[in-house]
Ligand binder design. Structure first.
Ligand code: 13P
Ligand code: SF4
Length: 327
């Protein structure tokens, strides 16, 4: 980095921290944010860890550097706080695969079921759900439902398949949604990268299109079972801190590599698919973070009735599972 670039970065960082202090704001950043946003934030983590911080913070304003549903979840948990997102345009293709009317129709087809909604959903969908989960605690959340009660799991089909595999549940109905970024990490990417790096450890997010085939290949002996782990983004950071492998292949959004490389400088972390970039996550730029802090925008609002109904499901989510973010 040139010295003028370093000076500009330091000036920007100082301004962000100064404005945050003046606003009594805490800046949270998801693991997929660009490196400069991660480095200036007060806390970096996965969806579950950031939800917990949002619920407990003493700050009067939360600036959520992530996508819309994450900031909305923070507002649901802390209705009296001001919650800002650098751009409200930052959506999520997975959250868009189901709306409240579709969920009501699905529930009507399966009376008596418990609805488990991944946190990547709108507030209106959460309000129709019994309990939320993230990739860090999806298995434990589903295990908390009595074994003989059918579960409607939404909206991610690959996470749903992972949960079904881990729990052995046959009464788990899964919505057919997917995230365009993770669905795009294919079994062919895995075969090609493992072929190039046969000794690498594999860190795979359960939303990935390759997650099922990775486990199948591991079962067939084509991939190293002991070196293949299915983890949330927070679980990946926890795994990286103690990793001794020379190389690790990472199947998730490429923003993840920054935290992994920070916590472990002796392992080389490589993307399973270098094109796996979420355009929504990358909408948060240094300029928009400054705008959020200077102008107090974009402010998140959630209808009070929807928020009250969604809160029960989200509060149950944050009470279940490993605070470290792994399974
Ligand atoms: P995590 O909950 O693992 O951080 O994942 C969030 C997400 O949006 C995955 O695409
Ligand atoms: Fe949504 Fe996929 Fe982006 Fe995560 S990576 S925010 S699931 S579109």
């Amino acid at each position: 980095m040139r010295s003028t670039d370093v000076t500009a970065l330091l000036t920007w960082q100082a301004e962000v921290r100064q404005l945050a202090a003046e606003r009594d704001a805490v800046v949270l950043a998801h693991n997929y944010m660009s490196p400069e946003i991660q480095d200036v934030a007060h806390h970096v983590g996965d969806s579950l860890a950031l939800s917990r911080i949002a619920a407990q913070t003493g700050a009067s304003t939360i600036v959520f550097c992530g996508v819309h549903f994450m900031a909305e979840t923070a507002k649901i948990l802390s209705p009296d706080k001001t919650v800002l997102v650098p751009t409200a345009q930052a959506g999520c293709s997975l959250a868009d695969t189901i709306d409240a009317a579709q969920l009501r129709a699905w529930k009507a087809e399966h009376p008596g079921s418990v609805v488990v909604a991944y946190v990547n959903t709108s507030a209106a969908v959460k309000a129709e759900s019994d309990i939320c989960c993230t990739s860090a605690n999806a298995v434990q959340v589903v295990e908390s439902v009595p074994a003989d009660t059918p579960v409607l799991f939404l909206p991610d089909q690959f996470l749903g398949a992972h949960v079904r595999r881990r729990t052995g549940r046959t009464n788990l109905h899964v919505w057919f949604g997917e995230c365009h970024v993770h669905a795009g990490i294919s079994p062919a990417d895995v075969r090609a990268q493992v072929g190039r790096h046969p000794d690498a450890e594999l860190l795979v997010h359960p939303e990935c299109g390759c997650a099922t085939s990775v486990l199948w290949l591991a079962g067939e002996g084509d991939l190293p079972v002991g070196r293949t782990r299915i983890l949330s983004t927070g679980g990946m950071v926890a795994a990286a801190t103690t990793m001794t492998a020379k190389t690790a292949l990472v199947a998730t959004e490429i923003g993840m590599l920054h935290q992994l490389r920070k916590v472990n400088q002796s392992t080389e972390f490589l993307p399973m698919n270098p094109q796996a970039s979420c355009r929504y996550m990358k909408m948060t730029t240094p300029e928009l973070l400054l705008r959020a802090l200077r102008e107090g925008r974009d402010e998140i609002t959630v209808d009070a009735d929807v928020a009250a109904r969604a809160r029960r499901a989200v509060e149950r989510m944050i009470s279940i599972g490993n605070p470290g973010g792994g399974e």
